[in-house]
Design a protein around this ligand. Sequence first.
Ligand code: SF4
Length: 329
Amino acid sequence: MKLKYYEIDEKKLLQEAKRGKKVAIKMPEGLQPYAGKIIEFLKKEGVEVYLLMDSCYGACDFVERSDLDRIICIGEAEMPYLRRAYSPPVSFIEARYDFDAEFMEEVIPFIKGKKLGMASITPFAHMLEECASHLRQRGYEVKIGGKGRRTAHDGQILGCDLSSALMISHDVDEFIFLGDGFFHPIGLFMATGKRVIVADPISKKIYGEEVEARAERVLKRRYAIMTKAMECRKVGIIVSRKIGQRRMSLAKKIKKMMEKNGKEAAIILMDEVRETIDYLDFDCYVCTACPRIALDDDARYKKPVLTPVEAEIIAGEREWENYEFDQIL
Ligand code: SF4
């Protein structure tokens, strides 16, 4: 079945939808306009499902629900280490974008080194090996990192998990990121320190130098936010119940660290971080949930929202020059 640019496996969808009596489908915002089409398809096959409109930022984004006996997540790839922990169980139907690996010919003029690393995200990660062999035939040495506990595919990276790229970065000159958007490439650049070429298979646009410039802008913004946070007396430490974002022990560690540093600190339980945090009587926040909340959504909040790494810096437990992208590993 075609959803926007992506394909999903109808047979698997139907098979998974038949595995429960109270089944709901859930999908990221970009695929939600196709929810009716999916429900209609299943209905014609004799299967009735609900539409679950909880947030859907990734395979991490699930809370316990006793009203359902299965959730079908359309679009995302599973996080293998959570397979037995989801409650109710979750079936993942990945959305894939197929394209011709000839696209690598357009990338070649942007390449500077000979040893390349490749990384990608869910809809494109299945194409990594084909693209890598195309480049190998053109004389490049190409490496793809393995999968991890949070990733289902070799070469797959998440906003919060760059381990696939880190395992090969010592042995490559630069990376090619196959995918759209700049959040993942910026993380890739910050974590590995290597040049990152962005090759977007949908728009067919390629960016050679953009990532480093954007990463510098992000860092400048983060330094300004951390400087502001250094003045704060009362710190709220946000903990989410979402199964792949829950970091309570880290939150407790940060609370102790802040108190040792002479600040007042409290833990705030919050699954969806919203602008309402600006009205609470805390001066700044440390978000232990998804790193994107602090790094990508910073313009939404008037008060500083820090990552745990940034909290260590403002508490004097880490040097400013040892700044790192927050990862949930
Ligand atoms: S970056 Fe955030 S939304 Fe994406 S997988 Fe990690 S925790 Fe989940």
